[in-house]
Ligand binder design. Structure first.
Ligand SMILES: [Zn+2]
Ligand SMILES: [Zn+2]
Length: 349
């Protein structure tokens, strides 16, 4: 097998040839055909997240120590199954749920692998990921059938779409208005997801008018350029806000704009820190909630919505896998519109 590995944080990924693993027990070996390039791959590549105030969270502290294979938007074809693998056959195309937990702790048993407290096995973070021709999946239950959806788009459901979906699930039902903070590829999926969930009044916020135009096309009712002096006034009184950026500026705006009883959900990992006076959190009865990727059940729900055409694909550009480094560079430089997905059918060991 072939993979593009982080050998040293911040340095170009290296093409590495290894022995293809054999699936044991309930494991499944998937031959990767598509691998989405996610914004958080950049943080994993750099090796840290910015916590603000000069502080950093290093990915090595959660088991992400080079050399390792990144990539957590995996899609491929079942190539081999272990003797105890059930429910999947060689040759079937599947998206892989990458946020795999220990499977044993109370949180995993409740179906929240993505919040595993005992020993997460997230692909592309703790376990070898999808910048590779082959990936071992611990159990067939993490494979989801996406028949009828474009392969490249299906790959992006594993992180970008379930992340937006899970964040939207943290807002109250029948919410009357929601601000989307940040209208990159993920923000656009977020608009689709909110529409699919029946939210009519979606307000798109960004600093870039071209992205706001794309958001309006995607179904946002109103757009706000947050560089405008009256941006807060334009947004004031919103019932919910989802922060796709996660910077001090977007957090301050999203929280300040909420009506009483409103909820701000953050999953963007741009970095920085939040300082906020405490009494108004109580007096305004606002909620500040974090969200991290999504559960296996949420992936299944997102796939079902995509099959019905209720989640509009954002622009997806499929590139040969050996362009992994330039894809990361382009993403870092802000040159990517929508998503880049690597095509592993173009390479062989
Ligand atoms: Zn991701
Ligand atoms: Zn667990």
């Amino acid at each position: 097998m072939l993979s593009w590995d982080i050998i040293e944080h911040g340095k170009p990924l290296q093409r590495v040839v290894k022995d293809t693993p054999k699936p044991q027990g309930a494991e499944v070996l998937v031959r990767i055909t598509r691998a989405g390039v996610c914004h958080s791959d950049l943080h994993i590549w750099d090796g840290y997240f910015d916590l603000g105030g000069g502080k950093r969270f290093y990915v090595k502290d959660r088991g992400c120590v080079p050399p390792f294979t990144p990539g957590h938007e995996p899609f491929g074809v079942v190539e081999a199954v272990g003797p105890r693998a059930k429910g999947v056959k060689v040759g079937q195309k599947r998206v892989i749920y990458p946020w795999i937990g220990c499977g044993k702790c109370a949180v995993c048993r409740a179906g929240q692998d993505n919040y595993c407290v005992a020993g997460p096995r997230y692909l592309g973070i703790m376990r070898p990921g999808s910048y590779s021709t082959h990936v071992i999946v611990p159990d067939a239950k993490y494979l989801v059938d996406t028949s009828g959806i474009d392969d490249s788009f299906a790959a992006t459901l594993a992180c970008s779409a379930i992340t937006a979906y899970s964040a939207a699930n943290k807002l109250p039902e029948k919410i009357e208005s929601v601000a989307i903070l940040g209208c990159g590829g993920l923000g656009l999926i977020g608009i689709s997801v909110l529409k699919a969930k029946g939210v009519k009044n979606i307000i798109a916020c960004d600093i870039d008018d071209a992205k706001l135009a794309a958001a309006a096309k995607q179904g946002a009712k109103k757009t706000v350029n947050t560089r405008a002096a009256d941006a807060l006034a334009q947004l004031q009184g919103v019932a919910g806000a989802i922060d796709f950026v996660g910077s001090p500026a977007t957090a301050a705006l999203g929280i300040a704009a909420l009506r009483k009883g409103g909820r701000y959900v953050i999953f963007g990992l741009y970095g920085g820190e939040l300082t906020h006076p405490l009494p108004p959190i109580a007096q305004r009865a606002i909620g500040i909630v974090g969200s991290y990727v999504g559960s296996l059940q949420e992936l299944k729900e997102v796939v079902a919505l995509a099959k019905k055409g209720k989640i509009k694909p954002t622009p997806v550009e499929t590139r040969p896998a050996d362009q992994a480094n330039s894809a990361l560079e382009d993403l870092k430089a802000g040159r990517v519109v929508g998503r880049v997905v690597l095509d592993f059918e173009t390479v062989s060991a």
